[in-house]
Ligand binder design. Structure first.
Ligand SMILES: [Zn+2]
Length: 130
């Protein structure tokens, strides 16, 4: 449960809405998988693997967990992208909360792919379509 959700139970005056889109109740599932901003970033990131996001965010999370156990290069790259995506969405959420600033999804997607490509082996890097 989000800290502010717990505070709302105590009648603290904190908005329960998503800090990025301000259209849905903030939950971790919404922030990382269902927020329009997050979906836009993830869609652009996945395009580098020539994939589209799964329609159901629960399936995407299950897919990521399954791929995290794999030793295949394509799965390693997917998991690195997934992890970086979640981390960057969290950073953007914090940037919006504390600086009222949000980077465009395409810029975040490029930074994610760049960081992952820097950490990849040469073989894995070739799996990322530019
Ligand atoms: Zn949102």
């Amino acid at each position: 449960m989000w800290k502010s959700s717990r505070l709302n139970v105590w009648n603290a005056n904190i908005s329960p809405m998503c800090k990025i889109c301000n259209q849905q109740i903030k939950t971790s599932k919404h922030l990382f998988f269902n927020c329009g901003y997050s979906c836009d970033v993830w869609k652009q990131v996945l395009s580098h693997l020539q994939r589209h996001p799964l329609a159901d965010s629960n399936l995407e999370l299950e897919f990521a967990i399954k791929k995290a156990r794999s030793t295949k290069s394509i799965d390693k790259v997917y998991v690195m992208l997934f992890t970086e995506n979640v981390y960057d969405v969290w950073l953007q959420r914090n940037s919006k909360v504390f600086r009222n600033s949000l980077s465009p999804p395409n810029l975040i997607a490029k930074e994610i792919v760049f960081r992952v490509s820097c950490r990849c082996s040469e073989l894995e890097r070739h799996l990322l379509i530019s």
